[in-house]
Write a protein that binds this ligand. Structure first.
Ligand code: C2E
Ligand code: CA
Ligand code: CA
Ligand code: CA
Length: 278
């Protein structure tokens, strides 16, 4: 059997590039993981910059392996998107995030919005709004405790269709955030035209404040833009006290990052929330 495994490998390797072979292996294993629901969600808190009060939680997918290691989303989400596997994964994430949030609420933890990352492919599905409505009904989660994180590139194509989807989601009562703000094709038109609640300032800008004058200018501009439009600003990837001091000075509303907490498994997050409240 060992022999055969090796020759199979050679067979593929002769015909496919390393990268294609890797993607094929991952694809096969992803299909298996989807069938067996072998993914888990980790949770990262979001807090107010001025008081430290917890304002929300972002759900981040992980793929644990049998050898005890964990595959991070950047190493499988793009492959899942290419191979047509993101829909079942995305559906699992949505249901699991809503279910977990509802469980925490019923266990007496403070009610917080749970942010879920949407892939562009999920966002384009025609029945997204009804899928979301159904998951909310099924899990019993009130809509204001669900938030979707979208990227700027998702907002570029068909403005009319996008507006319809976003308005449909807002009509359900869920929150909408723009992730990685400033890294895509930012159009201020989008902010004016679409019902956005939150701007997440990308980590690449946040990481070099207050040292880098360009990043200082960009971060401060996004904070002011959000405030002036009545949108919540949240800084991503805050790791250092100097970054926090800068955000406080500039009036950024919320933050997320290792300075507060990394993303934690469900039980650890529940303990973190309970401790934080007490
Ligand atoms: P993202 O949505 O921008 O998520 C933030 C990433 O930064 C997470 O990585 C998080 O663990 C990491 N992070 C948080 N705080 C800090 C910090 O202080 N410093 C640094 N260096 N990193 C920090 P993660 O979990 O590996 O996720 C990577 C990306 O994968 C996410 O970027 C998101 O685009 C995507 N992703 C994660 N979960 C899902 C999901 O359920 N569905 C989809 N479609 N994409 C997901
Ligand atoms: Ca995100
Ligand atoms: Ca982000
Ligand atoms: Ca990012």
């Amino acid at each position: 059997a060992k022999e055969r495994g090796r020759s199979n490998y050679q067979f593929f390797n002769e015909r496919l590039s390393e990268a294609a072979f890797h993607a094929l292996t991952v694809e096969t294993r992803l299909r298996d993981a989807i069938r067996r629901e072998q993914f888990v969600l980790h949770y990262q808190p979001q807090v107010r910059v001025d008081t430290g009060a917890v304002t929300g939680i972002e759900a981040l997918i992980r793929w644990p392996q049998e050898d005890g290691t964990t595959v991070l989303p950047n190493d499988f989400i793009p492959i899942a998107e290419q191979r047509g596997l993101i829909m079942p994964i995305g559906a699992w994430v949505l249901r699991q995030a809503c279910r977990q949030n509802r469980l925490w609420q019923m266990s007496g933890l403070p009610k917080l919005p749970m942010a879920v990352n949407l892939s562009a492919i999920q966002f384009k599905q025609k029945n997204l709004v009804s899928v979301v409505e159904q998951v909310l009904a099924e899990t019993g989660l009130e809509p204001q405790y669900l938030e979707f994180e979208l990227t700027e590139s998702m907002l570029l194509e068909d403005m009319t269709a996008i507006a319809k989807t976003l308005e449909g989601l807002k009509a359900l009562g869920v929150q909408l955030a723009i992730d990685d703000f400033g890294t895509g094709h930012s159009s201020l038109m989008h902010l004016k035209r679409f019902p956005i609640d939150k701007l997440k300032i990308d980590r690449t800008f946040v990481q070099d404040v207050p040292g880098d004058p360009d990043d200082v200018a960009i971060t401060a501009a996004i904070i002011d833009l959000a405030r002036n439009m009545g949108i919540t600003s949240i800084a991503e990837g805050v790791e250092k006290p100097e970054q926090l001091a800068f955000l406080r000075l500039r009036g950024c509303e919320e933050m997320q990052g290792y300075l507060v907490s990394e993303a934690l498994p469900a039980e650890a997050m529940a303990r973190w929330l309970a401790r934080r409240r007490g």
